[in-house]
Design a protein. Structure first.
Length: 333
Protein backbone atom coordinates (compact mmCIF):
# COMPACT_ATOMS: atom_id res chain seq x y z
CA UNK A 1 0.00 0.00 0.00
CA UNK A 2 2.64 2.42 1.19
CA UNK A 3 4.79 1.49 -1.80
CA UNK A 4 2.05 2.19 -4.32
CA UNK A 5 1.39 5.60 -2.75
CA UNK A 6 5.07 6.37 -3.10
CA UNK A 7 5.02 5.16 -6.67
CA UNK A 8 2.11 7.46 -7.43
CA UNK A 9 3.86 10.40 -5.79
CA UNK A 10 6.98 9.61 -7.82
CA UNK A 11 4.95 9.45 -11.02
CA UNK A 12 3.22 12.73 -10.29
CA UNK A 13 6.45 14.49 -9.53
CA UNK A 14 8.04 13.14 -12.71
CA UNK A 15 5.01 14.39 -14.61
CA UNK A 16 5.39 17.82 -13.06
CA UNK A 17 9.09 18.20 -13.69
CA UNK A 18 9.78 19.43 -17.18
CA UNK A 19 13.05 18.09 -18.60
CA UNK A 20 13.77 21.52 -20.04
CA UNK A 21 14.02 24.65 -17.90
CA UNK A 22 10.57 26.21 -17.61
CA UNK A 23 11.73 29.43 -19.33
CA UNK A 24 12.29 27.54 -22.57
CA UNK A 25 8.81 26.04 -22.65
CA UNK A 26 7.13 28.16 -25.27
CA UNK A 27 4.35 27.79 -26.12
CA UNK A 28 3.00 26.23 -22.92
CA UNK A 29 2.15 22.55 -23.04
CA UNK A 30 0.32 22.65 -19.70
CA UNK A 31 -2.29 25.02 -18.28
CA UNK A 32 -0.77 27.40 -15.73
CA UNK A 33 -2.60 27.78 -12.42
CA UNK A 34 -3.72 31.29 -11.54
CA UNK A 35 -3.49 31.90 -7.80
CA UNK A 36 -5.35 35.22 -8.09
CA UNK A 37 -9.03 35.44 -8.95
CA UNK A 38 -9.08 38.25 -11.52
CA UNK A 39 -11.11 39.31 -14.58
CA UNK A 40 -7.96 38.58 -16.65
CA UNK A 41 -6.44 35.09 -16.78
CA UNK A 42 -3.14 33.57 -17.88
CA UNK A 43 -2.85 32.20 -21.38
CA UNK A 44 -3.81 28.52 -21.47
CA UNK A 45 -1.72 25.71 -22.92
CA UNK A 46 -1.63 25.37 -26.69
CA UNK A 47 -3.84 22.44 -27.75
CA UNK A 48 -1.79 19.47 -28.93
CA UNK A 49 -1.41 19.29 -32.72
CA UNK A 50 0.79 17.00 -34.80
CA UNK A 51 4.27 18.58 -35.15
CA UNK A 52 4.41 17.81 -38.92
CA UNK A 53 1.18 19.77 -39.43
CA UNK A 54 2.37 22.75 -37.39
CA UNK A 55 5.69 22.75 -39.25
CA UNK A 56 3.94 22.68 -42.64
CA UNK A 57 1.73 25.56 -41.54
CA UNK A 58 4.81 27.52 -40.46
CA UNK A 59 6.45 26.92 -43.84
CA UNK A 60 3.31 28.13 -45.64
CA UNK A 61 2.96 31.18 -43.38
CA UNK A 62 6.45 32.25 -44.43
CA UNK A 63 6.11 31.28 -48.12
CA UNK A 64 5.99 34.12 -50.67
CA UNK A 65 4.49 31.78 -53.28
CA UNK A 66 1.14 32.48 -51.61
CA UNK A 67 1.20 35.93 -53.26
CA UNK A 68 0.58 36.60 -56.95
CA UNK A 69 4.09 37.94 -57.68
CA UNK A 70 6.04 35.94 -55.05
CA UNK A 71 6.79 39.12 -53.12
CA UNK A 72 4.79 38.73 -49.90
CA UNK A 73 4.21 36.03 -47.34
CA UNK A 74 1.78 36.15 -44.42
CA UNK A 75 4.82 36.99 -42.31
CA UNK A 76 5.48 40.16 -44.36
CA UNK A 77 2.48 41.78 -42.69
CA UNK A 78 2.44 39.68 -39.52
CA UNK A 79 6.07 39.75 -38.40
CA UNK A 80 6.24 37.54 -35.31
CA UNK A 81 9.32 39.22 -33.83
CA UNK A 82 7.58 42.60 -34.21
CA UNK A 83 4.49 41.45 -32.32
CA UNK A 84 2.70 39.69 -35.19
CA UNK A 85 1.78 42.88 -37.08
CA UNK A 86 3.50 45.26 -39.53
CA UNK A 87 3.90 48.53 -37.66
CA UNK A 88 2.05 50.47 -40.38
CA UNK A 89 -1.12 52.57 -40.28
CA UNK A 90 -2.55 50.38 -43.07
CA UNK A 91 -0.87 47.39 -44.72
CA UNK A 92 0.96 47.49 -48.03
CA UNK A 93 0.11 44.65 -50.41
CA UNK A 94 1.54 43.51 -53.75
CA UNK A 95 2.67 46.26 -56.11
CA UNK A 96 2.66 48.68 -53.18
CA UNK A 97 -1.14 48.63 -52.98
CA UNK A 98 -2.33 50.44 -49.85
CA UNK A 99 -4.84 48.55 -47.73
CA UNK A 100 -7.78 50.15 -45.98
CA UNK A 101 -7.30 48.94 -42.40
CA UNK A 102 -4.62 48.36 -39.75
CA UNK A 103 -3.20 44.81 -39.53
CA UNK A 104 -4.05 43.17 -36.20
CA UNK A 105 -1.61 40.74 -34.62
CA UNK A 106 -1.75 37.02 -35.37
CA UNK A 107 -0.35 36.28 -31.89
CA UNK A 108 -2.92 34.57 -29.65
CA UNK A 109 -5.54 35.16 -32.37
CA UNK A 110 -6.76 31.56 -32.07
CA UNK A 111 -8.27 32.58 -28.72
CA UNK A 112 -10.50 35.29 -30.25
CA UNK A 113 -14.22 34.69 -30.85
CA UNK A 114 -13.76 35.39 -34.57
CA UNK A 115 -11.14 36.81 -36.94
CA UNK A 116 -10.83 40.33 -38.45
CA UNK A 117 -11.87 43.66 -36.93
CA UNK A 118 -15.46 42.97 -37.96
CA UNK A 119 -15.36 39.26 -37.06
CA UNK A 120 -16.35 38.19 -40.59
CA UNK A 121 -14.26 34.97 -40.48
CA UNK A 122 -15.51 32.55 -37.82
CA UNK A 123 -12.29 30.51 -37.70
CA UNK A 124 -8.60 30.78 -38.53
CA UNK A 125 -9.19 28.31 -41.37
CA UNK A 126 -11.82 30.59 -42.91
CA UNK A 127 -9.60 33.62 -42.44
CA UNK A 128 -6.84 32.45 -44.84
CA UNK A 129 -8.95 33.04 -47.94
CA UNK A 130 -9.11 36.79 -47.25
CA UNK A 131 -5.46 37.89 -47.60
CA UNK A 132 -4.61 35.27 -50.21
CA UNK A 133 -7.15 36.54 -52.74
CA UNK A 134 -7.51 40.21 -51.71
CA UNK A 135 -6.24 42.38 -54.61
CA UNK A 136 -4.49 44.82 -52.27
CA UNK A 137 -2.93 42.08 -50.11
CA UNK A 138 -1.51 38.92 -51.77
CA UNK A 139 -3.66 39.28 -54.90
CA UNK A 140 -3.45 35.58 -55.76
CA UNK A 141 -5.91 32.78 -56.45
CA UNK A 142 -6.21 29.29 -55.00
CA UNK A 143 -5.57 27.74 -58.44
CA UNK A 144 -2.29 29.66 -58.78
CA UNK A 145 -1.08 28.84 -55.29
CA UNK A 146 -1.94 25.14 -55.60
CA UNK A 147 -0.19 25.02 -59.01
CA UNK A 148 2.98 26.69 -57.70
CA UNK A 149 3.27 24.52 -54.58
CA UNK A 150 2.38 21.27 -56.40
CA UNK A 151 5.48 21.42 -58.63
CA UNK A 152 7.74 21.60 -55.56
CA UNK A 153 8.58 18.02 -54.47
CA UNK A 154 9.59 19.18 -50.96
CA UNK A 155 6.17 20.79 -50.46
CA UNK A 156 4.30 17.81 -51.88
CA UNK A 157 6.22 15.57 -49.47
CA UNK A 158 5.46 17.85 -46.52
CA UNK A 159 1.71 17.80 -47.34
CA UNK A 160 1.81 14.04 -47.66
CA UNK A 161 3.52 13.60 -44.28
CA UNK A 162 1.36 16.13 -42.44
CA UNK A 163 -2.04 15.53 -44.02
CA UNK A 164 -1.68 12.30 -45.95
CA UNK A 165 -2.91 14.15 -49.03
CA UNK A 166 -2.03 16.53 -51.87
CA UNK A 167 -1.71 20.32 -51.95
CA UNK A 168 -5.31 21.58 -51.81
CA UNK A 169 -6.86 24.85 -50.60
CA UNK A 170 -8.44 23.04 -47.65
CA UNK A 171 -5.13 21.43 -46.66
CA UNK A 172 -3.33 24.78 -46.91
CA UNK A 173 -5.95 26.37 -44.66
CA UNK A 174 -5.78 23.50 -42.15
CA UNK A 175 -1.99 23.70 -41.87
CA UNK A 176 -1.78 27.50 -41.59
CA UNK A 177 -4.49 27.55 -38.92
CA UNK A 178 -2.71 24.79 -36.97
CA UNK A 179 0.51 26.83 -36.99
CA UNK A 180 -1.32 30.01 -35.98
CA UNK A 181 -2.88 28.21 -32.99
CA UNK A 182 0.65 27.69 -31.64
CA UNK A 183 1.43 31.42 -31.80
CA UNK A 184 0.73 32.10 -28.13
CA UNK A 185 2.87 34.31 -25.93
CA UNK A 186 2.96 32.90 -22.38
CA UNK A 187 5.00 33.99 -19.35
CA UNK A 188 4.34 37.73 -19.49
CA UNK A 189 5.16 39.49 -16.20
CA UNK A 190 1.41 39.96 -15.72
CA UNK A 191 0.74 36.22 -16.14
CA UNK A 192 3.54 35.44 -13.68
CA UNK A 193 1.87 37.82 -11.23
CA UNK A 194 -1.51 36.09 -11.78
CA UNK A 195 0.25 32.81 -11.02
CA UNK A 196 1.37 34.17 -7.65
CA UNK A 197 4.72 35.90 -8.17
CA UNK A 198 4.27 39.18 -6.26
CA UNK A 199 7.54 40.59 -7.55
CA UNK A 200 6.64 40.10 -11.23
CA UNK A 201 4.95 43.53 -11.45
CA UNK A 202 6.37 46.92 -10.41
CA UNK A 203 4.21 49.16 -8.23
CA UNK A 204 3.44 51.38 -11.25
CA UNK A 205 2.27 48.31 -13.22
CA UNK A 206 0.09 47.19 -10.30
CA UNK A 207 -1.37 50.69 -9.93
CA UNK A 208 -2.06 50.69 -13.68
CA UNK A 209 -3.89 47.37 -13.45
CA UNK A 210 -5.98 48.64 -10.54
CA UNK A 211 -6.95 51.74 -12.57
CA UNK A 212 -7.68 49.53 -15.60
CA UNK A 213 -10.25 47.71 -13.45
CA UNK A 214 -11.62 50.74 -11.56
CA UNK A 215 -12.15 52.78 -14.72
CA UNK A 216 -13.96 49.94 -16.48
CA UNK A 217 -11.50 49.10 -19.27
CA UNK A 218 -11.89 45.54 -18.09
CA UNK A 219 -15.57 45.52 -19.04
CA UNK A 220 -14.40 45.11 -22.64
CA UNK A 221 -10.75 43.99 -22.45
CA UNK A 222 -11.04 40.87 -20.32
CA UNK A 223 -10.43 37.13 -20.04
CA UNK A 224 -7.32 35.21 -20.98
CA UNK A 225 -6.66 37.25 -24.14
CA UNK A 226 -7.40 40.62 -22.46
CA UNK A 227 -9.96 41.20 -25.21
CA UNK A 228 -11.07 39.29 -28.28
CA UNK A 229 -14.23 37.88 -26.71
CA UNK A 230 -16.94 40.42 -27.62
CA UNK A 231 -18.02 43.16 -30.07
CA UNK A 232 -18.31 46.76 -28.89
CA UNK A 233 -19.04 50.13 -30.45
CA UNK A 234 -16.05 52.44 -30.93
CA UNK A 235 -17.46 55.65 -29.50
CA UNK A 236 -19.80 54.58 -26.70
CA UNK A 237 -19.83 57.91 -24.86
CA UNK A 238 -18.64 60.35 -27.54
CA UNK A 239 -18.83 60.20 -31.33
CA UNK A 240 -15.35 59.11 -32.44
CA UNK A 241 -16.22 59.02 -36.14
CA UNK A 242 -17.87 62.44 -36.21
CA UNK A 243 -14.77 63.89 -34.52
CA UNK A 244 -12.35 62.13 -36.86
CA UNK A 245 -14.42 62.65 -40.04
CA UNK A 246 -13.96 61.08 -43.46
CA UNK A 247 -15.79 57.79 -42.81
CA UNK A 248 -14.69 54.86 -45.00
CA UNK A 249 -16.18 51.36 -45.52
CA UNK A 250 -13.50 50.04 -43.11
CA UNK A 251 -15.14 52.07 -40.33
CA UNK A 252 -18.50 50.29 -40.58
CA UNK A 253 -17.26 47.36 -38.49
CA UNK A 254 -19.70 44.58 -37.76
CA UNK A 255 -22.44 46.37 -39.76
CA UNK A 256 -20.67 45.21 -42.94
CA UNK A 257 -21.28 41.60 -41.82
CA UNK A 258 -24.77 41.72 -40.32
CA UNK A 259 -26.40 44.78 -41.95
CA UNK A 260 -27.84 45.44 -38.52
CA UNK A 261 -27.97 49.19 -37.74
CA UNK A 262 -26.90 48.61 -34.13
CA UNK A 263 -23.68 47.03 -35.43
CA UNK A 264 -22.52 50.21 -37.20
CA UNK A 265 -19.07 51.17 -35.83
CA UNK A 266 -18.94 48.00 -33.72
CA UNK A 267 -15.68 46.07 -33.72
CA UNK A 268 -14.34 42.96 -32.14
CA UNK A 269 -12.58 44.24 -29.04
CA UNK A 270 -8.86 43.69 -29.74
CA UNK A 271 -6.60 41.69 -27.44
CA UNK A 272 -4.19 43.87 -25.48
CA UNK A 273 -1.53 41.16 -25.11
CA UNK A 274 1.83 42.34 -26.53
CA UNK A 275 0.12 45.62 -27.38
CA UNK A 276 3.30 47.62 -26.73
CA UNK A 277 4.78 46.00 -29.87
CA UNK A 278 1.92 46.72 -32.31
CA UNK A 279 1.63 50.50 -32.69
CA UNK A 280 -0.03 52.30 -34.40
CA UNK A 281 -3.38 51.47 -32.80
CA UNK A 282 -7.07 51.08 -33.70
CA UNK A 283 -8.58 49.72 -36.89
CA UNK A 284 -7.67 53.02 -38.58
CA UNK A 285 -4.14 53.12 -37.17
CA UNK A 286 -4.87 56.61 -35.86
CA UNK A 287 -3.15 56.40 -32.46
CA UNK A 288 0.64 56.46 -32.84
CA UNK A 289 1.49 55.28 -29.31
CA UNK A 290 0.03 53.71 -26.18
CA UNK A 291 -0.57 56.91 -24.18
CA UNK A 292 -2.64 58.38 -27.01
CA UNK A 293 -4.60 55.14 -27.45
CA UNK A 294 -5.33 55.00 -23.71
CA UNK A 295 -6.50 58.64 -23.62
CA UNK A 296 -8.77 58.09 -26.64
CA UNK A 297 -10.27 54.97 -25.02
CA UNK A 298 -10.92 56.83 -21.76
CA UNK A 299 -12.63 59.68 -23.61
CA UNK A 300 -14.71 57.78 -26.19
CA UNK A 301 -15.44 54.51 -24.36
CA UNK A 302 -15.67 55.71 -20.75
CA UNK A 303 -16.43 59.42 -21.07
CA UNK A 304 -13.73 60.60 -18.70
CA UNK A 305 -10.46 62.45 -18.98
CA UNK A 306 -7.46 60.73 -17.42
CA UNK A 307 -4.70 62.27 -15.33
CA UNK A 308 -1.27 61.93 -16.92
CA UNK A 309 -0.14 59.67 -14.11
CA UNK A 310 -3.05 57.30 -14.74
CA UNK A 311 -2.16 57.16 -18.44
CA UNK A 312 1.47 56.36 -17.58
CA UNK A 313 0.49 53.70 -15.05
CA UNK A 314 -1.97 52.04 -17.43
CA UNK A 315 0.68 52.09 -20.18
CA UNK A 316 3.10 50.42 -17.74
CA UNK A 317 0.49 47.76 -16.97
CA UNK A 318 -0.19 47.18 -20.68
CA UNK A 319 3.57 46.69 -21.28
CA UNK A 320 3.54 43.96 -18.60
CA UNK A 321 1.30 41.95 -20.97
CA UNK A 322 4.22 41.26 -23.33
CA UNK A 323 5.02 37.55 -23.21
CA UNK A 324 7.54 35.19 -24.78
CA UNK A 325 7.29 35.51 -28.56
CA UNK A 326 7.31 32.27 -30.59
CA UNK A 327 10.60 31.49 -32.31
CA UNK A 328 10.58 31.60 -36.11
CA UNK A 329 14.18 30.42 -36.60
CA UNK A 330 13.18 27.22 -38.38
CA UNK A 331 11.22 29.18 -41.01
CA UNK A 332 13.50 32.16 -41.62
CA UNK A 333 16.69 30.73 -43.10
C1 LIG B 1 -0.57 42.91 -47.10
C2 LIG B 1 -0.55 42.61 -45.68
C3 LIG B 1 -1.12 41.29 -45.22
C4 LIG B 1 -0.80 40.03 -45.63
C5 LIG B 1 0.17 39.63 -46.72
C6 LIG B 1 -1.53 39.12 -44.78
N1 LIG B 1 -2.28 39.82 -43.88
FE1 LIG B 1 -3.36 39.04 -42.37
N2 LIG B 1 -4.19 40.84 -42.03
C7 LIG B 1 -3.85 42.00 -42.67
C8 LIG B 1 -4.83 43.02 -42.36
C9 LIG B 1 -4.83 44.46 -42.87
C10 LIG B 1 -5.79 42.41 -41.54
C11 LIG B 1 -7.08 43.05 -41.00
C12 LIG B 1 -8.15 42.94 -42.06
C13 LIG B 1 -9.55 43.23 -41.53
O1 LIG B 1 -9.79 43.09 -40.32
O2 LIG B 1 -10.43 43.55 -42.34
C14 LIG B 1 -5.33 41.05 -41.31
C15 LIG B 1 -5.95 40.14 -40.46
C16 LIG B 1 -5.47 38.87 -40.20
C17 LIG B 1 -5.95 37.99 -39.16
C18 LIG B 1 -7.03 38.30 -38.16
C19 LIG B 1 -6.45 38.59 -36.80
C20 LIG B 1 -7.50 39.07 -35.84
O3 LIG B 1 -7.24 39.11 -34.65
O4 LIG B 1 -8.61 39.42 -36.28
C21 LIG B 1 -5.24 36.82 -39.27
C22 LIG B 1 -5.37 35.59 -38.39
C23 LIG B 1 -4.34 36.97 -40.38
N3 LIG B 1 -4.49 38.24 -40.91
C24 LIG B 1 -3.53 35.98 -40.89
C25 LIG B 1 -2.91 36.06 -42.13
C26 LIG B 1 -2.42 34.93 -42.89
C27 LIG B 1 -2.51 33.49 -42.45
C28 LIG B 1 -1.86 35.44 -44.01
C29 LIG B 1 -1.23 34.67 -45.17
C30 LIG B 1 -2.11 33.74 -45.86
C31 LIG B 1 -1.99 36.88 -43.96
N4 LIG B 1 -2.68 37.22 -42.83
C32 LIG B 1 -1.49 37.76 -44.91
C33 LIG B 1 -2.73 42.19 -43.46
C34 LIG B 1 -2.08 41.14 -44.12
C1 LIG C 1 -16.91 49.71 -24.27
C2 LIG C 1 -15.79 48.81 -24.56
C3 LIG C 1 -14.38 49.30 -24.32
C4 LIG C 1 -13.87 49.91 -23.19
C5 LIG C 1 -14.59 50.27 -21.91
C6 LIG C 1 -12.46 50.11 -23.45
N1 LIG C 1 -12.14 49.64 -24.70
FE1 LIG C 1 -10.28 49.67 -25.53
N2 LIG C 1 -11.08 49.05 -27.28
C7 LIG C 1 -12.40 48.73 -27.50
C8 LIG C 1 -12.62 48.56 -28.92
C9 LIG C 1 -13.95 48.21 -29.59
C10 LIG C 1 -11.40 48.80 -29.55
C11 LIG C 1 -11.13 48.78 -31.06
C12 LIG C 1 -11.46 50.18 -31.60
C13 LIG C 1 -11.17 50.29 -33.07
O1 LIG C 1 -10.01 50.26 -33.45
O2 LIG C 1 -12.10 50.37 -33.86
C14 LIG C 1 -10.44 49.08 -28.48
C15 LIG C 1 -9.08 49.31 -28.69
C16 LIG C 1 -8.15 49.55 -27.68
C17 LIG C 1 -6.72 49.70 -27.86
C18 LIG C 1 -5.99 49.57 -29.21
C19 LIG C 1 -5.58 48.13 -29.45
C20 LIG C 1 -5.02 47.89 -30.81
O3 LIG C 1 -4.37 46.85 -31.00
O4 LIG C 1 -5.22 48.69 -31.74
C21 LIG C 1 -6.17 49.92 -26.64
C22 LIG C 1 -4.69 50.14 -26.33
C23 LIG C 1 -7.25 49.94 -25.69
N3 LIG C 1 -8.44 49.70 -26.35
C24 LIG C 1 -7.11 50.19 -24.34
C25 LIG C 1 -8.18 50.47 -23.49
C26 LIG C 1 -8.04 51.06 -22.19
C27 LIG C 1 -6.73 51.38 -21.49
C28 LIG C 1 -9.30 51.25 -21.69
C29 LIG C 1 -9.71 51.93 -20.42
C30 LIG C 1 -9.23 53.30 -20.26
C31 LIG C 1 -10.22 50.74 -22.71
N4 LIG C 1 -9.50 50.31 -23.79
C32 LIG C 1 -11.60 50.72 -22.56
C33 LIG C 1 -13.38 48.61 -26.54
C34 LIG C 1 -13.28 49.14 -25.27
Amino acid sequence: MRRSVLAIVALISVGCTPDTPSGSLSPLDFDPVDIRDEPLQSLPAVPYQAPELVHLGGLLFHDVRLSADNSLSCHSCHNIAQGGADGRVVSVGIDGALGSINAPTVLNSGLNIAQFWDGRAPTLEDQVNGPLTHPSEMGSSWDDVVAKLSIDPAMVGAFDRALDGPVTPANIRTAIAAYERTLQTPNSPFDQWLQGDDSALTTAEQRGYTRFKELGCVACHQGRNVGGNMYQTFGVLADYFADRGDITPADLGRFAVTGDESDRFRFRVPSLRNVELTAPYFHDGSAPNLPSAIAIMAHYQLGRPLAERDVDDIAAFLRSLTGTLPSTDEYLQ
